[in-house]
Design a protein around this ligand. Structure first.
Ligand SMILES: Nc1nc2c(ncn2[C@@H]2O[C@H](COP(=O)(O)OP(=O)(O)OP(=O)(O)O)[C@@H](O)[C@H]2O)c(=O)[nH]1
Length: 450
């Protein structure tokens, strides 16, 4: 077992590794994963499809050259224009398909048009074969179905069909050939045809086998890469984004919010008196608490681009990509409530009988960088932790704003500008007073331009 396999075998909670362990002998994943695989596969195979189209084009040009430089001179010239026409139809199909793959911007462009081209080529080859058969004796040409063999192999190209799609398409083509050719075959050639039919069958079998192994390897690679990426991006204890991914996503979200003139909210969440919790209840219980807090935070984001992360230890972050500033305090309150709602007993806490968190929040301003935004949120959290150190009345009465202020310094800043916090050593009260003032001003993001 190599290191990657060993690593993944210990990462059982991922849906990718679950699928890897379960296997996919029928080349099908769980429905959600299957949809994800197809989208990723389409992106990855775009170049391959163009390559496959070029190969088909070369093969067709070869046959056109054969028609022009050989068939036209040696066989019945009256036959050639019809076959020539068939080749041109196939050529048009390839060009159309290539254009759709190159310029079509949705997934169906390649997945639909490339198999369509194979279908075009299959049909025109079959018709050409039938046309040739009409004059076999006249031109003195031996009967063959080599063109159909090539088409059956081409169906198994990774051109857009799934493996099972290719199998169905190849079988339909093969059966059509078995029915159509004898219907037009001149008498006396039937035995030849039956004997020759074994070749497309064998070609189909080998092409199908190699396509099966190719798709199986592609699927395995997809699952392995996705699981490794997930492993690299997530925190192993809680499954949330880790700090590295948080920084990448925050950068991206901040750029996006500045472009769209949205207001981005960064909320830092820190579990209160967590060291005491560990000391009182033990490290494994501390781990369980971190998981429970992470789960509660994970269910807080409202929009698809919002996300939660564990920054390290007992510190978490929530990023709200499009936050209406007046709702900021409501969101902060909801986070505090959710964690307190878990009702995890914490006898070592100065705040109350259950586990609580402190929250610091910053709203983005034009020209903010990740660091400047984080710094403001961290300062708010620092102030909040100063507030957390003081005893608060319990149970909290969330409905009353004057009471809410005791449970989060963020809310404190919003609702009680005149009341001073209990800052930690080195922190001046004026810092919090200043922030109180700034949070009461209209938000710098301002009204959005329509
Ligand atoms: N169980 C567990 N504990 C952790 C983990 N990571 C960090 N810790 C502990 O978290 C505690 C953090 O302690 P402090 O930074 O003093 O924070 P605190 O006790 O919450 O104090 P305040 O933040 O001021 O409320 C330390 O005891 C760490 O050992 C972890 O993954 N699991």
């Amino acid at each position: 077992m190599d290191k990657v396999q060993l690593l993944l075998s210990h990462y059982a909670e991922s849906r990718y590794t679950r699928q890897l362990n379960k296997g996919f002998g029928w080349l099908r994943f769980e429905p959600e994963l299957e949809a994800e695989y197809r989208i990723s596969n389409y992106r990855a195979f775009r170049t391959t499809r163009i390559g496959a189209l070029c190969t088909l084009l070369l093969a067709l040009l070869f046959f056109l050259g054969f028609d022009i430089f050989y068939a036209l001179r040696h066989y019945d010239a009256t036959l050639t224009p019809a076959i020539f026409g068939m080749r041109l139809i196939a050529l048009a199909g390839i060009m159309l398909s290539a254009t759709m793959v190159l310029y079509g911007n949705d997934r169906s462009a390649g997945a639909f048009w490339v198999p369509c081209t194979v279908f075009f080529i299959g049909t025109t080859t079959l018709v050409s074969n039938i046309l040739y058969m009409q004059v076999l004796e006249q031109v003195g040409m031996p009967f063959n179905i080599d063109g159909m063999i090539l088409v059956l192999i081409a169906i198994f190209f990774p051109v857009g069909y799934s493996y099972w799609g290719s199998v169905v398409c190849a079988l339909v083509t093969f059966i059509t050939m078995l029915v159509a050719i004898p219907a037009f075959l001149p008498a006396g050639y039937l035995d030849d045809f039956v004997a020759l039919s074994i070749y497309p069958l064998v070609a189909m079998f080998f092409a199908g086998m190699s396509r099966y192994f190719q798709e199986s390897a592609t699927r395995r690679q997809f699952l392995t890469r996705a699981a490794l990426k997930e492993l690299a991006d997530s925190d192993s204890l809680t499954g949330l984004c880790n700090r590295r991914m948080f920084e990448i996503l925050l950068d991206r979200s901040l750029r996006e919010s500045q472009r769209e003139r949205h207001c981005l909210g960064l909320m830092l969440v820190d579990v209160d008196f967590f060291k005491r919790y560990n000391d009182l209840y033990g490290h494994p219980a501390g781990d369980a608490v971190l998981k429970a807090v992470a789960e509660a935070l994970q269910s807080t984001p409202r929009r698809s681009l919002d996300f939660a992360a564990r920054l390290g230890g007992e510190e978490f972050a929530l990023v709200f990509c499009d936050l209406v500033p007046v709702f900021a305090e409501r969101v902060a309150e909801e986070v505090c409530r959710r964690i307190e709602g878990l009702a995890i007993p914490h006898e070592g806490s100065n705040i109350g009988p259950v586990l609580t968190v402190s929250v610091g929040m910053a709203l983005s301003q034009p020209g903010d960088t990740r660091d400047s935004l984080y710094k403001r949120a961290d300062e708010a959290l620092y102030t909040s932790k100063g507030g957390a150190a003081t005893a608060r009345p319990w149970p909290p009465k969330w409905a009353e704003p004057t009471r809410v202020m005791f449970f989060s310094s963020f809310l404190h800043r919003v609702f009680t500008p005149s009341r001073s916090l209990s800052p930690r050593a080195g922190q001046t009260g004026s810092v919090s007073a200043q922030r109180v003032a700034s949070i009461r001003q209209p938000h710098p993001c301002g009204p959005r331009e329509s």
